[in-house]
Design a protein. Structure first.
Length: 424
């Protein structure tokens, strides 16, 4: 960090997430250019080999970011990877030209990776062979430290006193060649991540939360890939309007056809057919293409062949025998929705109310979001089916079984024991 950056950081860091009065808050300094200029895009094996050698020889943690083409392309693959490390500077890598970055991942083995909102980028990085053994998540660090706004731009501004450009976050990163303004934006995303990490580490240590953060980071780094979702068609927006099993079958058929088309064309499913159109067709059960065309989302811009494709899917669902229709509202594992607790189990509802109040009070005292102190689902599960022998160790074991970290158990178990005992 330069002297000017250190001065800005010292002046701008907000302890416990609280902003200073407006009359003492300095105006953020616009960060317009990377320190070494825009790095050339690495898109060949020879260029990648040089980057691997440079980053392997560099020192300290490595800042990592990835850009996807959400809303434009099928899936969540990375279309640009940005890295920065002391001694190597910044680099921009094109995963289209260099689809296998496992060599780079291996060169960085044992190095701490700094990411912002790590869980968003780790899946696409894993696909190209980049898997961290340890990490520091600056967004999560901001949450634990009590910052009210934890986006990268807000954190860089509040902690380091710099303003990042915000104009290209939602562009189509599959575009080739990538325009220079986009590349500048991408390089700046990792420009100050190391500085941000260092400042947040000091703040977490000052608040006595550094070990908590390290437990959280370890949990993220060691988590296995998420399994594929079961019945992903049930997540169609507007699905709550669909009540009948035959209509659900239409949603399922249309969703599956749309997914196949989107995968084949490598475009976002929403660009093939909107969720709203799927739901409209399910509710209307159109008898032919003409009736389908009259529905919202199936207008005149859609060709005859496409319309016939969708109508065929509708007809296929309408022809299914009853025993092949989807069941409504597949029961999820765990307790029922809290709104039903008062009728199903008033004692459990009382336990949940007391536990929620205790968790809320503690989270406020610790200046962090409740969901980072303990997940709401964990609280619900403990309150719905508490241990038969209500002892501190029994509650601690229950929390651990639901995936709570050691620091969360230490903070939350005592108050849950009291809340559960008061309603026993």
């Amino acid at each position: 960090m330069t002297d000017a950056q250190e001065t800005a950081a010292d002046t701008s860091l907000r302890t416990t997430g609280g902003a200073p009065p407006d009359d003492v808050a300095p105006a953020p300094i616009p960060l317009l250019e990377p320190r070494e200029g825009i790095p050339p895009v690495v898109a060949t094996d020879d260029a990648l080999a040089k980057v691997i050698a440079a980053f392997a020889a560099a020192t300290g943690p490595v800042a990592v970011d990835a850009e996807r083409a959400s809303g434009y392309r099928y899936g969540q693959r990375a279309y640009l990877v940005q890295l920065r490390r002391e001694g190597a500077g910044s680099t921009l890598i094109d995963p289209v030209g260099c689809p296998d970055l496992s060599g780079l991942g291996e060169a960085l083995s044992g190095t701490e990776w700094i990411l912002h909102a790590a869980t968003q980028d780790l899946p696409c990085l894993r696909e190209i062979g980049m898997i961290p053994s340890s990490l520091f998540d600056t967004e999560l660090a901001g949450r634990l430290a009590g910052f009210p706004r934890v986006g990268l731009g807000a954190m860089v501004e509040n902690v380091l006193g710099y303003a990042l450009e915000k104009g290209h976050s939602a562009v189509d990163w599959s575009t080739r060649p990538l325009p220079d303004p986009w590349l500048r934006y991408a390089a700046l995303d990792v420009e100050l991540l190391i500085d941000l990490r260092d400042a947040l580490e000091k703040e977490l240590d000052r608040q006595g939360k550094l070990e908590w953060a390290r437990e959280e980071f370890e949990a993220i780094a060691s988590a296995p890939p998420a399994p594929p979702r079961q019945d992903p068609w049930r997540r169609t927006s507007g699905m709550h309007k669909v009540r009948r099993r035959r209509q659900m079958a239409v949603v399922r058929e249309l969703w599956n056809v749309r997914d196949q088309v989107a995968r084949r064309r490598d475009v976002s499913p929403g660009k093939v057919l909107g969720d709203g159109a799927i739901v409209e067709a399910a509710l209307a059960l159109p008898v032919n293409v003409q009736a389908l065309t009259a529905l919202p989302g199936f207008g005149h811009r859609m060709g005859r062949r496409q319309l016939e494709q969708w109508q065929t899917a509708v007809d296929r669902a309408k022809a299914l025998p009853d025993n092949e229709l989807p069941q409504p509202g597949a029961q999820l594992a765990g307790p029922p929705p809290p709104r039903a607790w008062a009728d199903k189990d008033p004692a459990a509802a009382a336990r949940l109310s007391a536990a929620r109040a205790a968790v809320s009070e503690l989270a406020e005292r610790l200046t962090m979001p409740q969901e980072n102190l303990i997940t709401p689902d964990t609280v619900r599960r403990v309150c719905w089916e508490p241990p038969k022998n209500l002892t501190p160790s029994a509650v601690e074991d229950l929390l651990a079984g639901y995936g709570a970290r050691r620091w969360q158990i230490e903070q939350v178990a005592p108050l849950l024991v009291r809340a559960l005992a008061a309603q026993a």
